[in-house]
Design a protein around this ligand. Structure first.
Ligand SMILES: Nc1nc2c(c(=O)[nH]1)N[C@@H](CN(C=O)c1ccc(C(=O)N[C@@H](CCC(=O)O)C(=O)O)cc1)CN2
Length: 295
């Protein structure tokens, strides 16, 4: 058996096509959605992700604003930039690219963002709304990668309902928020969140209908961990230098041989990454629509 591909590039292109129509409708009413990014330091990976976000904005008609700060920036100076974007009427929503340098308190940064402008859906108020509001449609931004994982599966005609999902990794952008999302009534999955303290991870993985691997540990999911017919989403990213070419390469959490046991597999790259970017745009469009439809 060879797994069918959960193609994030194709699904993201579909979403961007839909968003371009919605942005055009907003622009006809004189509303121009705007995304701002704040990049601290010069990490090449973060720089690449931020550049991608600006390209995506241009593709769907969202305006974009770029703020760059040195790695030595003080917390107070970063606070000032956040306060400016909170007040800027051209900015519908913004993100601060993570990770931040070690001397910056990331929680303080996320809390400083106006929850109504939190394009990443990582402000405590928005994460709290996700947890509190378990039955009615959510009207606040949702974390982009978990949203991208959910969309990628659903756009391939698959359902989450009744499935046992085993998530690996308890990070703030994926592992922690995906459980509250997937256990909402509209998805109705059962979620086990695993981490470095989990005992006998292979036994849990073998029971999973769906594995979401977001550990950042290359090859942590191997073929013998995956039951035939399972859906596997490879979210983790580790960077290494290819010894042959000297170029930077990314490795996922899933051993490529898993394609021989899983029914569905998201590649990495080309799976959840492009979906993260598309769902960020969707958050911004929804924020613009919400402000204008419900002043
Ligand atoms: N403020 C945030 N910071 C970070 C987030 C986030 O959601 N918000 N997530 C990641 C980085 N990220 C978005 O910011 C991101 C990661 C990967 C991709 C992507 O498209 N990856 C490509 C491959 C890219 C490569 O070759 O290096 C793929 O998977 O096909 C987009 C966005 C951490 N920081």
């Amino acid at each position: 058996m060879t797994a069918q591909l959960l193609d994030g590039i194709a699904a993201a292109a579909q979403i961007k096509g839909e968003l371009a129509v919605r942005v055009a409708a907003l622009r006809e009413r004189g509303i121009v959605p705007g995304l701002a990014t704040v990049l601290v330091g010069d990490d090449p990976g973060s720089r690449w992700y931020v550049a991608g976000k600006h390209r995506d904005c241009a593709e769907v008609g969202i305006a974009s604003i770029r703020r760059e700060l040195p790695a030595t920036v003080t917390q107070d100076a970063l606070d000032t930039v956040i306060d400016e974007l909170n007040q800027d009427p051209a900015c519908t929503g913004f993100i601060v690219q993570l990770p931040l340098p070690a001397h910056i308190d990331t929680d303080r940064v996320l809390e400083r963002i106006d929850p109504a402008k939190d394009a990443d859906g990582l402000h405590p108020t928005n994460l709290g709304r996700l947890v509190l509001n378990a039955t009615t449609p959510i009207r606040s931004p949702l974390p982009c990668t978990p949203r991208g994982v959910i969309e990628l599966v659903e756009r391939n005609g698959l359902s989450w309902a009744g499935k046992h999902v085993v998530v690996i990794g308890r990070g703030v952008t994926v592992g922690r928020p995906i459980g509250p999302l997937l256990t909402r009534r509209e998805h109705n999955a059962t979620v086990t969140l695993t981490h470095t303290g989990t005992q006998d991870l292979p036994a849990l993985l073998r029971e999973a209908d769906v594995i979401v691997a977001a550990a950042g540990s290359p090859g942590i999911v191997r073929p013998e961990h995956v039951r035939p017919g399972a859906i596997v989403l490879d979210v983790g990213v580790s960077r290494h230098t290819d010894p042959g070419t000297g170029k930077s390469r990314i490795a996922g959490d899933v051993d490529p041989a898993v394609a021989q046991t899983a029914a569905w597999l998201s590649p990495n790259p080309g799976g959840v990454g492009p979906m993260t970017r598309a769902l960020l745009l969707q958050n911004v469009v929804e924020m613009a629509e919400r402000t204008t439809h419900h002043p």
